[in-house]
Write a protein that binds this ligand. Structure first.
Ligand SMILES: *[C@@H]1O[C@H](CO)[C@@H](O)[C@H](O)[C@H]1NC(C)=O
Ligand SMILES: *[C@@H]1O[C@H](CO)[C@@H](O)[C@H](O)[C@H]1NC(C)=O
Ligand SMILES: *[C@@H]1O[C@H](CO)[C@@H](O)[C@H](O)[C@H]1NC(C)=O
Ligand SMILES: *[C@@H]1O[C@H](CO)[C@@H](O)[C@H](O)[C@H]1NC(C)=O
Ligand SMILES: *[C@@H]1O[C@H](CO)[C@@H](O)[C@H](O)[C@H]1NC(C)=O
Ligand SMILES: *[C@@H]1O[C@H](CO)[C@@H](O)[C@H](O)[C@H]1NC(C)=O
Length: 500
């Protein structure tokens, strides 16, 4: 509260905010919207710009402060806000602002060369940060009113806007605040809002056999998955140790299920995972391969709200991850996907017009040495962002029948073939998809043929207001993705954590 008295002028916006908070009949609803607007328009943007500014200033080399986890302050600060720990919010904000202050004041006359753009940027970031700080007391008051009314609406609304999940999209899950069933705060892209089995109970898998598929033994993965289907709220499935599970038959995942392989090295082989007409599923930190004559993960028949994250998947005859037949709101992130032929089929048939509703985010994956479909998209909106491609053969990204594919800040490092899309002179195939490249990094002569006969795309943020996906510049992307994609365990996890 101390801050309140130091602010010379209460901005107009805040004035309205306070008025609405204290006197309007429909107090909570209005207050809610105000807080969210300010958080969204001011604090979040400010925090992001501060973070970017600090990164630029520090040249991404040194730590900002001892003991402060690098550049991961945003989820922390917003979570602390939601937990009403305002002093912590205040002190973290100050801590973030400090390095900017050093570079953006009037005393920038030192001999150290700092590019003009960085100075301007820092100044803007600092203004935003100060503004955010000045808004804080009023936001706190508003939040207290809402909280004391016991409605919990603010948290609900923030959740709706995805603001409680503001986090780096790759390393969030290893933060202490995302442990166990708190993991969903890290979900980004179209699967934002997924909770998996967080509302159910934990189930620990303790044995690797799959002997009796009809009547699976307690402690097996198959028993766990069946349990999730019966238990209220589903189940959050974890493993007590590393194991290789040889499935005798496909594993049919139920709604409200999380399979969370963190802390172990879990490998599933022989048969794949199937999601048919289910919703709210998280598959996290697993290796699935050698599944023979099927996809490793097959999402179909109207499944929705599915987050496939940190999966290593290779060597499948058909595809690695497929999403089809009316399935939607899927994010496939941080996976290491390498297969000699097919990778990711999003929409399987020109006739499946139901896939007009398909929305998939393909994010921070490493696609290595595959033939095609990374992804191939039909009908729907496929946001392909911040992935690293090394050596594709026939094509990397392709689409048909009015697919909308935004290739956004990816890195393409060619091997045998230079062209990213399935394009060649005199191309006569389906020209109805839109395939647009935005700020992709094309290395070593890679080329990108855009398909823009039907115009350009709007960003998913514009089209879907709750959409959020933190993107990092392509220049540092390859080192992050090669170190942090796929299953992280042991040394690999330590290497990822140490990667800026
Ligand atoms: C804060 O939000 C208000 C209202 O939405 C806007 O007018 C103002 O420019 C924002 N300030 C910053 C720094 O984004
Ligand atoms: C300017 O220099 C002083 C002394 O080096 C430092 O304490 C201060 O943070 C710098 N920045 C501003 C905005 O004064
Ligand atoms: C809490 O909010 C509801 C909905 O706006 C309102 O009807 C109720 O009177 C409020 N209760 C208190 C104690 O302010
Ligand atoms: C996991 O559980 C199984 C079955 O109870 C047990 O044999 C094994 O030792 C456990 N592993 C660890 C690391 O505790
Ligand atoms: C994980 O388990 C697989 C299968 O046993 C093994 O090949 C791999 O080396 C293990 N990885 C680590 C990091 O222990
Ligand atoms: C799911 O499968 C059922 C049974 O085969 C079918 O009737 C239904 O139309 C399918 N739904 C979708 C969205 O594919």
């Amino acid at each position: 509260m101390e801050l309140l008295y130091r602010i010379p002028m209460v901005p107009f916006m805040v004035y309205i905010l306070v008025l609405v908070c204290s006197s309007h009949a429909n107090v909570n609803e209005r207050c809610d919207d105000m807080v969210i607007n300010v958080l969204r328009n001011n604090i979040t943007r400010s925090l992001y710009s501060i973070e970017r500014g600090v990164k630029m200033l520090m040249n991404e080399e040194e730590d900002v402060e001892d003991g402060m986890e690098k550049f991961e302050e945003i989820p922390y600060i917003l979570n602390q806000f939601l937990l009403s720990k305002y002093e912590e919010v205040e002190s973290r904000l100050k801590k973030l602002v400090r390095p900017l202050l050093m570079y953006s004041g009037s005393n920038l006359t030192s001999s150290v060369y700092i590019p003009e753009s960085i100075i301007d940027f820092s100044k803007q970031a600092l203004r935003n940060a100060k503004h955010a700080q000045s808004m804080l007391p009023q936001l706190i008051q508003c939040n207290k009113k809402i909280t004391s009314n016991g409605t919990g609406r603010l948290s609900d609304s923030l959740r709706k806007y995805g603001l409680d999940r503001i986090a780096d999209g790759t390393k969030c899950q290893y933060r202490s605040c995302a442990q166990g069933n708190k993991l969903p705060m890290c979900a980004v892209g179209f699967a934002t809002g997924v909770t998996g089995g967080a509302a159910g109970s934990y189930y620990t898998v303790t044995r690797n056999d799959d002997t009796n598929t009809k009547n699976p033994a307690p402690g097996t993965l198959r028993h766990a998955v069946n349990y999730a289907g019966k238990n209220k709220g589903g189940a959050w499935i974890v493993f007590n140790e590393s194991m290789v599970i040889k499935l005798k038959e496909k594993l049919w995942i139920k709604s409200d299920t999380t399979i969370d392989g963190r802390g172990a090295n879990v490998t599933i082989i022989q048969k794949g995972l199937v999601l048919a007409n289910v919703k709210n599923v998280i598959l996290h930190n697993l290796e699935v391969f050698s599944t023979g004559n099927s996809d490793t993960v097959h999402v179909f028949n109207g499944s929705r709200l599915v987050w496939i994250d940190h999966l290593t998947s290779k060597d499948a005859y058909l595809g690695l991850v497929t999403v089809l037949q009316g399935s939607t709101d899927v994010t496939i992130s941080n996976c290491y996907l390498s297969n000699h032929n097919f990778n990711m089929l999003l929409g399987a048939s020109d006739k499946d017009t139901i896939d007009q509703n398909l929305r998939v985010t393909v994010y921070r994956n490493w696609f290595e040495s595959s033939n095609q479909r990374m992804p191939h998209c039909r009908w729907g909106y496929c946001h392909v962002a911040n992935n690293y491609y090394r050596d594709w053969h026939y094509y990397a990204i392709g689409g048909r029948v009015h697919a909308k594919i935004l290739s956004d800040k990816n890195v393409f490092e060619p091997g045998a073939r230079l062209e990213v899309t399935p394009w060649h002179p005199h191309f006569t195939a389906d020209l109805t998809p839109t395939i647009e490249s935005s700020e992709d990094l094309l290395l070593e002569g890679a080329t990108f043929h855009e398909f823009l006969s039907y115009g350009t795309l709007t960003t998913p943020e514009t089209e879907f207001p709750n959409y959020r996906l933190p993107l990092r510049p392509t220049i540092t992307l390859a080192s992050l993705v090669t170190k942090c994609s796929g299953v992280l365990f042991g040394q690999k996890l330590r290497d990822c954590k140490a990667t800026p």
